[in-house]
Design a protein around this ligand. Structure first.
Ligand code: ADP
Ligand code: ADP
Length: 229
């Protein structure tokens, strides 16, 4: 599960200039695809369209062969878990913040998500472990820790598709490496779509889609793209 198809997608915000033009690409189930491109190229727009925040004006978007305009928003948003650029943490324990991903998750599932997101060592170093309160009024956590909490939250949703929307863009490079490591492990069990500014952050993607002004400029592995210049 987790195949994604963009078929000649056209999109513009409020009938203004075209943002995406005849955009087509395929994401194989279980694979890791990265979408890169300059600021304004349309990367986040792709994420918003996958979540159906907006309707497209031409073409189609399919998940596992099904046109997403024909499925309920609930089931669509269950199929895709987003790790956003800037995660909101509540003034609750770390465990509760993770549980927000799926309120009926068992404690064992939360533990597993904590391991996969590389949070264990961070949590164990706190005086009260995962009962420590985070958020505005609680413990201040670093950008990298916050993103790992977001990853654990997303894992818990058990969605076939994980979408990282510039999830490392606000981090220093040490935190970025830790997040990329966590993303790599999580990606083994999911289709993952990684939206990134720079090619250097996603060397291990199965396919990299380079977007220019809302159009597919080129695609291939990291090595293929480097060879093509
Ligand atoms: P990226 O994620 O690659 O930086 P975006 O998908 O955010 O690019 O934006 C693509 C283009 O769409 C940009 O020119 C941006 O200004 C425009 N855009 C983004 N959001 C809106 C919006 N809500 N209304 C109008 N134009 C928008
Ligand atoms: P969550 O599942 O964590 O409650 P949402 O499903 O509301 O979050 O949003 C997921 C991602 O989409 C977040 O990165 C959020 O910033 C972004 N987002 C939410 N609403 C919009 C919108 N109207 N337009 C563009 N992006 C949005």
């Amino acid at each position: 599960a987790g195949a994604i198809q963009f078929n000649q997608v056209d999109f513009s915000y409020q009938n203004e200039r075209p943002i995406l033009q005849q955009l087509s690409f395929n994401v194989l189930p279980g694979s890791k695809v990265a979408i890169v491109g300059a600021s304004g190229a349309g990367k986040s727009t792709i994420a918003r369209l996958l979540y159906r925040f907006y309707a497209i004006s031409g073409g189609s978007i399919c998940i596992d062969g099904q046109d997403i305009s024909t499925v309920s928003l609930d089931s669509l948003r269950r199929a895709i878990a987003i790790v956003p650029q800037d995660t909101v943490l509540f003034n609750n324990s770390i465990r509760d913040n993770i549980r927000y991903g799926r309120p009926d998750a068992s404690e064992a599932e939360i533990d597993q998500a904590i391991e996969l997101a590389h949070l264990r060592r961070f949590i164990d170093s706190l005086p009260q472990g995962d009962a420590t309160q985070v958020g505005e009024r609680g413990l201040k956590v670093s950008g990298g820790e916050k993103q790992r909490i977001a990853i654990a939250r997303a894992i818990l949703k058990r969605s076939p598709i994980l979408l990282f929307d510039e999830a490392t863009s606000a981090l220093d490079s040490a935190s970025e490496q830790a997040i990329l490591q966590a993303m790599r492990e999580v990606a083994r069990n999911h289709t993952s779509v990684v939206i990134a500014h720079r090619l250097s952050t996603i060397t291990d993607a199965d396919n990299i889609i380079v977007l220019k002004h809302g159009q597919l400029a080129e695609q291939g592995s990291h090595d293929q793209l480097l060879a093509a210049g």
